[in-house]
Design a protein around this ligand. Structure first.
Ligand code: ASP
Length: 329
């Protein structure tokens, strides 16, 4: 990329994912291949918008990413901003994007935008959306109105906040949605239009320990309690349940959760994909009133996967006692 001193500095790193994938020989399917420079070469407009510092930090399908990689990515992004980048963009796989974005958002204390994007169609497919998403991400990264909003996900010309965004479809170009709230902004002809001013944000300190584990189990019809009973003896330090409806489980699960609560924090979220958990509506065994009496936390607006990320980071920072205040109604 050519260096023009009057342009803002933008740090862009690639981690892998479909946005980096190309077909191999003989119908063996697409795999991560393109590094950051190769992805940037498909968006020549970028060099007129900013002085780009590019880095290839990984070539992973995003289901194989983990917390250790993310903490390294966070340090890289923090260093880029300390060294003068106005904003940071990360490209990665879309499969775990809703989790990685929330993880980084909970730790990103800078006012500088940290923008994440990817692609639903591989780089070698006709109509691949990676270059357009990268260009839109750059518009968002460089917009003054993006400052102080934490980590944002830009897909399909929409801007989503990390706490609400979800991949809601397996293959559709329009897979990314923020159920309930909708996107916080749009990219219209290269201009970023936000629907609301930035909200107040709280961040967590870096985890002091990283070897703890938080389990996530889904409540489903007729399920026995064997897995629940095994959670503590397997060494998990926290448990998230993707519950039925407004945050419910069967009466046998409610009893098993009540037994676990003195040993580890338990959150019940909704498996429905949209809407908050209830707090004061249902009075049956396994309903939210019963669960709260047993010491279970209700997830509020957070989906089960994001609850697991939150609980892992809280435990890592020794702040699990603050869990309740991190679960938005
Ligand atoms: N299908 C995924 C993607 O959209 C693969 C991955 O997450 O790495 O990037």
């Amino acid at each position: 990329m050519k260096a023009q001193t009057n342009l803002p500095r933008l740090a862009i790193a690639s981690l892998g994912g479909t946005v980096s994938m190309q077909a191999g020989d003989g119908g063996s399917g697409v795999k991560p291949k393109l590094g950051c420079e190769e992805q940037l070469a498909k968006v020549p407009q970028l060099s007129e918008m900013a002085h780009i510092e590019a880095a290839t930090l990984g070539l992973l399908p995003s289901a194989s990413m983990g917390f250790a990689e993310l903490l390294e990515v966070l340090l890289w992004a923090q260093r880029a901003v300390e060294c003068g980048a106005q904003a940071v963009i990360l490209t990665q796989g879309t499969d775990s994007l809703e989790e990685t974005a929330f993880f980084l958002d909970l730790l990103w204390s800078s006012e500088a935008p940290l923008i994440m994007t990817g692609a639903m169609r591989a780089a070698s497919q006709p109509g691949n959306d990676g270059p357009a998403n990268l260009l839109a991400a750059a518009h968002v990264a460089l917009a003054q109105g993006s400052r102080g909003r934490g980590v944002l996900v830009v897909m399909n010309d929409q801007v989503h906040c990390a706490a609400n965004v979800r991949k809601t479809a397996s293959l559709a170009l329009t897979a990314f949605k923020s159920p309930g709230s909708g996107p916080i902004g749009d990219v219209v002809e290269g201009v970023v239009v936000y629907r609301h001013p930035p909200a107040h944000r709280e961040v967590l300190p870096l985890p002091q320990c990283t070897d703890h584990r938080v389990a996530l189990l889904e409540a489903c019809l007729g399920a026995d309690t064997a897995l629940l009973q095994a959670v503590a003896s397997l060494g998990y330090e926290g448990l998230v349940i993707a519950g039925f409806g407004a945050g419910h489980v069967s009466s046998s699960w409610a009893n098993a959760l009540g037994t676990l609560v003195p040993t580890l924090p338990v959150i019940v979220a909704t498996r429905t994909g949209s809407g908050p958990t209830a707090l004061a509506s249902y009075g049956f065994a396994g309903g939210e009133i019963d669960l709260q009496r047993k010491g279970v936390h209700m997830a509020g607006q957070l989906c089960p996967r994001k609850c697991r990320i939150l609980l892992w980071l809280l435990i890592g920072a020794g702040r699990q006692h603050q869990l309740h205040s991190w679960l938005p109604r």
